[in-house]
Design a protein around this ligand. Structure first.
Ligand SMILES: [Zn+2]
Length: 338
């Protein structure tokens, strides 16, 4: 059968191309209900691609490397199973499933597999809202980042960058017992949203001296944990500069531009530096984390629905990309397909 798939042929351009889908014995055909646009997708749209490196991660072999155009898009989405291959056992026609990883699911139909490691697709957990499920792996990724950040009861935690991930992580660390959650972001509507969703302090770096404010809030000590989600050299520097001696520097964002940093404190202050990327864990425990984090979303322990700020129809997918890239108030942009 033929699918209509979103393709970025060159920076700043969106096409919808037709592709023949074949369904092998292990394959599952999904009719998309909604897909969403991630920071990664925005990077590709804006002309930022990862380097083609020579060291190959065995967990990603077989996946497209995305270091050149054109790129067939789609990793965040959900839909209904409409056909299964002869060897598929645990997934049935009619099941509601969520994309985990790159499936070219910015499309009306997509094909993936149900694998023990969680990559491919998973069954939507019972109770999850249809919209939240359609945000796909972004939900698992951001909940994981908060849960794996090392935050302990009573900590002062700073979240640098309040896009979708920052908003989720701020809520998770608060529920995990952080005493004070500080959200740092230059876009006011995103700070207002963070405040509404329960963070304690908001700081706009265009209005205040963030380092100074953090010193006042922490008795000159610095924050216990900082989680960087903005992906800029200046935000990694800010994260480095507001962390306490021996604190945890959590790196969520995917930084594609070369950055220039003072990193002396990483050594001098014995920072515990950790990457917070669920989809790049070793395969054996990735599945456990995917199920755990999606259950948190299904149980509605935090608010995710208000983060879906904009919706478009499939015909307007180009407008959706423009909105995600230029509208300051866009936290998550969803595209309804059927
Ligand atoms: Zn994503």
């Amino acid at each position: 059968m033929k699918a209509q798939i979103v393709c970025i042929p060159e920076p700043g351009k969106i096409d919808v191309v037709e592709k023949e889908l074949t369904i092998g014995p292990e394959d599952i055909l999904v009719k998309t209900t909604m897909f969403s646009i991630c920071g990664t997708d925005k990077n590709y749209y804006l002309g930022k691609l990862p380097r083609g490196t020579k060291i190959i991660d065995p967990s990603t072999s077989g996946y497209e490397s995305h270091d050149k155009y054109p790129i067939l898009m789609g990793h965040e989405g959900a839909g209904i199973v409409v056909e299964t291959g002869s060897a598929v056992r645990d997934i049935n026609v009619g099941d509601y499933v969520v994309s985990m990883g790159w499936n070219n699911c910015m499309a009306d139909y997509w094909v993936s597999q149900y694998r023990p490691d969680g990559r491919g697709l998973i069954l939507a957990p019972k109770g999850i809202s249809k919209d939240v499920a359609a945000l796909g792996d972004a939900v698992a990724c951001s909940i994981y980042a908060g849960m794996h950040s090392g935050v302990m009861l009573g900590d002062v935690v700073a979240i640098v960058g309040c896009g979708f991930a920052g908003q989720v992580i701020a809520q998770i660390v608060k529920r995990m017992g952080a005493k004070t959650v500080i959200c740092i972001e230059p876009i006011e509507p995103k700070l207002e949203l963070a405040k509404k969703l329960g963070c304690d302090v908001v700081l706009n770096p265009n209005k205040v001296d963030v380092e100074e404010e953090v010193r006042k809030l922490t008795n000159n000590v610095g924050v216990d944990v900082v989680i960087e989600t903005a992906g800029l050299g200046e935000t990694v520097q800010m994260s480095t500069d507001i962390l306490k001696h021996g604190g945890i520097l959590g790196m969520y964002s995917w930084i594609l531009d070369p950055v220039n940093l003072f990193v002396d404190r990483w050594h001098d202050d014995g920072f515990d530096i950790r990457t917070l990327a669920i989809m790049h864990r070793i395969l054996h425990d990735m599945r456990w984390w995917i199920d755990k984090t999606m259950q948190v979303a299904a149980d509605q322990i935090i608010s995710i629905d208000p983060l879906l700020t904009h919706r478009f129809s499939f015909e307007d997918v180009e407008k959706a990309f423009e909105c995600a890239s230029t509208d300051d108030t866009a936290v998550k942009v969803g595209i309804d397909v059927s």
